[in-house]
Design a protein around this ligand. Structure first.
Ligand code: ADP
Ligand code: MG
Length: 347
């Protein structure tokens, strides 16, 4: 006998494994609304992401892993804002009541929710094509959030973690080059599965970078594209206020030989494909931040204390656009054409 909507909610979502006593939460699921109460002087940070079957994940995706990815990509937005989690809501659209699927999905949510102490506060459960929407709610002291706006000429550009692993993982899962027809050993398979489904999100990293980073975001579309957002939002250098917006935009140089690449990435992705996947592959969910030179040492030592790989990959410059610089110091523009080329996922 199929469960009713209310039984599904009670059994798999309004459950103890998804509820944690935490400052800010007054009331969780079960009423018409959840209630939050932040202490004075704090701001509420909100972000939402939808994942649709066939668009963002395959129909046969493992529900335990899928749930983790759904929640982690939302938590990544909080981290990038310097916020810490309070709770999340879940809008779930299911084609059928497959209790095994729902139960594994719930367990995946609980795994991440527990490790980030982020409670499920409520949601909506409906029938339809499989779709998962999560909205996360976080808190951050007033005026301390990390924004995309704020990078200045001379700031260093840092990324956390490694680049391109999730993009490589997607090639593997879709049996595309450079993995086509290749059987991976267990360790490699586990590495790439985790790279895609379980991005490493560090709330502590975002918190530690408050007051240190001049701009920040999480890398979801690839460093080239996401750094572009920071440049678009960036402060004009002093004295250039009168220039028109387009010519007043700041730019950046990326030291492509310094991009942090994992051992597994280097093992499977041939050199000719590495830049494309690392710069434009997407789904990395590490942080990209800019830091003024005077604060650089402090930022580096805080990330070190957290055990987070934190790599300087370039610098903000006055000239608009993104340039790539190799180990010999030779610079080439990352042109729109170049970017389009990098955007091609199968080479
Ligand atoms: P309403 O019709 O008032 O919106 P619902 O019947 O949709 O109420 O939901 C009843 C309660 O169950 C609400 O508190 C809602 O937040 C919660 N709920 C529904 N679906 C989910 C879900 N997938 N996860 C968590 N809570 C849920
Ligand atoms: Mg409802």
């Amino acid at each position: 006998v199929a469960l009713t909507e209310f039984e599904i909610i009670r059994r798999y979502f309004a459950r103890a494994q998804l509820a944690f006593a935490r400052d800010g939460v007054v009331l969780g699921p079960g009423d018409d609304c959840a209630l939050l109460a932040l202490p004075p002087g704090e701001e509420l940070a909100i972000s939402i992401d939808t994942l649709n079957v066939g668009v963002h994940f395959p129909k046969d995706a493992d529900p335990f892993l899928l749930a983790q990815r759904c929640l982690l990509v939302n938590l990544s937005d909080l981290a990038a804002m310097g916020a810490e989690p309070v709770g999340f809501t879940l809008a779930l659209s299911l084609p059928t009541v497959d209790e095994n699927w729902i139960s594994q999905f719930s367990n995946g949510l609980a795994k991440v929710a527990q490790s980030y102490q982020c409670s499920l506060l409520g949601g909506d459960t409906t029938k339809g094509a499989l779709s998962i929407t999560i909205q996360v709610h976080g808190r951050v002291p007033a005026r301390q959030s990390l924004r995309r706006k704020g990078a200045r000429v001379g700031d260093r550009i840092y990324v956390s973690g490694t680049l391109g692993d999730a993009a490589a993982a997607l090639c593997w899962m879709q049996n595309r080059s450079p993995f086509r027809g290749k059987a991976l050993d267990d360790d490699s398979a586990e590495f790439f599965r985790n790279a895609f489904y379980r991005p490493q999100v560090s709330i502590e990293a975002g918190i530690s970078l408050r007051r240190l980073a001049s701009a920040a975001l999480d890398i979801s579309d690839g460093l080239a594209s996401d750094l572009g957002h920071i440049l678009e939002a960036g402060d004009l250098s002093p004295g250039s206020q009168t220039q028109n917006k387009a010519s007043g935009r700041i730019g950046a140089v990326l030291d492509v030989h310094k991009l942090p690449l994992s051992v597994m990435f280097l093992r499977y992705v041939p050199p000719a494909r590495q830049l494309a996947l690392a710069l434009a592959g997407g789904d990395d969910y590490g942080l990209c931040v800019t830091v003024a030179p005077a604060l650089e040492a402090q930022a580096v030592s805080r990330m070190q204390a957290l055990g987070i790989e934190f790599t300087c990959v370039g610098q903000i410059e006055k000239a608009p656009g993104i340039r790539m610089r190799d180990a010999q110091g030779v610079t080439a523009p990352l042109t729109f054409r170049g970017y389009q080329h990098f955007g091609v996922k199968d080479g």
